[in-house]
Design a protein around this ligand. Sequence first.
Ligand SMILES: [Zn+2]
Ligand SMILES: [Zn+2]
Length: 354
Amino acid sequence: MREVTASKSGWSVRNCVGQGSGREMKAAVLVHPKRITESPLELRELPAPVPGPGEVKLKVRACGVCRTDLHIVEGELPQVCPLVIPGHQIVGEIVAGDTARLPAGTRVGVSWIGGTDGTCTYCRRDQENLCDAPTFTGYGVQGGYAEYTIARSDFLFALPEGLEDLYAAPLLCAGIIGYRSLRVAGVEPGEDVGLFGFGASAHLVAPVLRAWGCRTFVSTRGESHRKLAVSLGADWVGSELEKPPVALDRAITFAPSGDVVVAALASLRKGGVVAINAIHLDRIPQFDYDKLLWGERQIRSVANMTRRDAREFLKLASEIKLRPRVTTLPLEDANKALATLKQDHIDGAAVIVP
Ligand SMILES: [Zn+2]
Ligand SMILES: [Zn+2]
């Protein structure tokens, strides 16, 4: 097995496409990052991957589509594998590498955090989301836009009983990172919380806020996103940069836009927090410190996730019977899924069924 560290990012790379042998499979492969309108993903027949020690081989049953996949295929995140199969919200069935604890046929989830070194300062501090040498599924290791994939056994998540594949997939990144955003923002029960942008992650956060007795204020572009927010019980819904009618305790931004971060900041009470749920932002525009940040307001980024976030969120999702709004597409339509996501034309979450 190849194990190298990408020099720029410190992110670890394993099992890039082209290794392994055996049964052929179909996969949507990124060769050269380019604009999504130029269809960067190619449908290819490849050798099925072979699990190494401590890994399982999964038959992919469903794979959620995430905005990070778009940043990868369009090259906004540096390419770390010569060929990469994106997709990091994988619901799969174990078909090889099974153990007594994880027998063949077990249905499991795989998320963006594909592995950590377990030894760096952050891992030892229980902050594995900040690991110095993480591997990310569908980026530094093969992802789920394929019929088969492999994953580390210790980074698999048990899926709640009765939660169907299509509903489970969007929970595995959009849901978990949305939940982490609430924690990073420090949301307490009963608070007033703003959601800026209302895509896959926000629409999974809204029911959690309801369950916690919070009031939810949604600012988002797109009439259909606003309708979805209303249908999920938002207390107020406005357009993209519109200011909620109350000073917010917390705000989460989901759009990859610095203007949205500043709009969220301008909506906070003193001592309030903005958590940025985006792996990439276009820029942070200049803003007035005296008016917007003074008064112990905070801006925080949300980086990756821990396995604890995943376990806590999946348990909560099961308890509150969280059911994402889902649009399904076949593997052949992976480019189309990402293009539609970019245009904000998907309500809720897109899921690829290979
Ligand atoms: Zn580490
Ligand atoms: Zn994601």
